[in-house]
Design a protein around this ligand. Structure first.
Ligand code: TMP
Length: 212
């Protein structure tokens, strides 16, 4: 009801394979929202600035080896250490554009063969996004893009498995965007969807938790 609903920022997540364009589109969305006078921030996971994030980063750049379960839990811990700040920001009216979230966590680890329910468990209780934007690209197309192959998971065979895992995870609420369109077309589509979501959250849509 209107009486107990508080205006807040929106939690908007971008997901997709490596090199699907999430990072460029996230920055572009931030500029767009700021240009409209909204309070907004760009976040990304893994957040490599924390101690946990540095362990993840050295794993991703092949400087350290970690058991698959261990790294899965580190990725999750890296989100948990940001949960309370995330809630504070949203409640103070700031919209968060988040480049990867729990869906990356589950898709990448289950692509390695870990059970999907096991992968979801540590994510339960994190804030649920108001919107998931999936930048859809064929693994083969992504592999042709500049910068591909630098990190541990940027291997075509593995990205094919990740794509299949995203398909299992995806539900009707996700917005699937064709990531092979011209950049400006993608920007326009994202802007429209995001603005709707920001408006709904301003009107006081309640926050909820994963996994639902
Ligand atoms: P980035 O390139 O967006 O910084 O992400 C680094 C890699 O980490 C990318 O290949 C996806 C992967 N990843 C996971 O495996 N689990 C996670 O929870 C997250 C957020 C990313």
């Amino acid at each position: 009801s209107e009486s107990n609903s508080e205006s807040r920022g929106a939690l908007i997540v971008l997901e997709g394979l490596d090199r699907s364009g999430k990072t460029s589109q996230s920055s572009s969305l931030l500029k767009y929202l700021e240009g409209l006078g909204h309070s907004a921030e760009l976040w990304r996971f893994p957040d490599r600035s924390t101690d946990v994030g540095q362990m993840i980063s050295s794993y991703l750049t092949n400087k350290s080896q970690l058991d698959d379960h261990t790294v899965h839990i580190l990725f999750s811990a890296n989100r948990w250490e940001k949960r309370s700040l995330m809630e504070t920001k949203l409640k103070s009216g700031t919209t968060l554009i988040v480049d990867r979230y729990s869906f990356s966590g589950v898709a990448f680890s289950s692509a390695k063969g870990l059970g999907i329910e096991w992968c979801k468990a540590p994510e339960v209780g994190l804030l649920a996004p108001d919107l998931v934007l999936y930048l859809d690209i064929q693994p083969e197309k992504a592999a042709e893009r500049a910068g591909y192959g630098g990190e541990r998971y940027e291997q075509l065979e593995f990205q094919r498995k990740v794509a299949q895992c995203y398909e299992v995870l995806c539900d009707a609420s996700w917005k699937i965007i064709d990531a092979c369109q011209p950049m400006e077309d993608i920007e326009k589509q994202l802007q429209e969807i995001v603005l709707d979501c920001v408006t709904i959250c301003q009107k006081g849509k309640p926050l909820s938790n994963l996994w639902s």
